[in-house]
Design a protein around this ligand. Structure first.
Ligand code: GLN
Length: 258
């Protein structure tokens, strides 16, 4: 009898321990720090706070909230070129990349993406006094500035006889337009809109024509790290349900999500 009681007690103890073990595992991530790569010249998604080395923007606040939801103690932002983000994921130098990155078939071959978190598209930006470029068909044979490795660069490459110059950031591409060295910039509409709006009275450019593409932004992770992609989706869904996503959207875009 004694032996039987002892047996039951030990079975109970063992299962209790196993129980705690598995719940703990689900609640806390394997690592305490989430390392996030971004290219921070892409306001209002990611940019440096004025007079500070800190980064802010919709993407930054979203990933910080997601990291918290996933149980990370720390969320570190690393600054790099846009075209360095996917190689950095592959080399495990960063855990995730959030950078207004469009989910494309080509990129999907190299990385995993979270569920889409922002609806975007490309716009044409020209000098505010330009009256000849009204749409994409007017860009044939024209000088166009783009950001290296972006969907804007891919779209510009499709335009017949266009002379394309690539820059590390969208800001530099726009500066080229300001200096009248190019006829147009092709870049992400929300970023161009924000930039024009921030320029206020000193604005030197305008958006023309229809939005060229319909794109979805996603958060990228390494192909080998499928578990993290799932965790990100779970966290994104939770923030969409509890209103955090909507609050951030309203804060940065002034409207509700499309
Ligand atoms: N959405 C564009 C792309 O993914 C541009 C992103 C960016 O410049 N940060 O190519």
């Amino acid at each position: 009898m004694k032996k039987f009681v002892l047996f039951v007690v030990s079975v109970l103890l063992v299962s209790l321990c196993l129980g705690c073990g598995s719940t703990k595992k689900e609640a806390a991530p394997a690592k305490k720090e989430l390392i996030v790569g971004t290219e921070p010249a892409f306001a209002p998604f990611e940019f440096q706070k004025a007079g500070s080395s800190e980064f802010t923007g919709f993407d930054i606040e979203l990933i910080q909230a997601m990291a918290k939801k996933m149980g990370y103690e720390k969320c570190t932002i690393r600054n790099m070129g846009f075209d360095a983000l996917i190689p950095a994921l592959e080399a495990k130098n960063i855990d995730v990349a959030i950078a207004g990155m469009t989910i494309t078939e080509d990129r999907k071959k190299k990385v995993n993406f979270s569920k889409p978190y922002y609806k975007s598209g490309l716009s044409i930006v020209v000098d505010k006094n330009n009256t000849t470029i009204k749409d994409v068909k007017d860009l044939v044979g024209k000088k166009i500035a783009v950001q290296i490795g972006t969907t804007g660069a891919i779209e510009a490459a499709k335009i017949k006889d266009a002379v394309i110059t690539s820059f590390n950031t969208n800001n530099e591409a726009c500066l080229e337009l300001k200096n009248k060295a190019v006829d147009a910039v092709i870049g992400d509409k929300p970023v161009e809109e924000y930039f024009l709006q921030q320029s206020g009275k000193n604005v030197y450019a305008k958006i023309v024509g229809k939005t060229l593409t319909s794109e979805d932004y996603g958060i990228a992770t390494a192909k080998k790290n499928a578990a993290l992609a799932k965790e990100l989706d779970k966290a994104l869904e939770a923030l969409q349900k509890d209103g955090t996503y909507d609050t951030l959207y309203k804060k940065w875009f002034g409207t509700t999500a499309k």
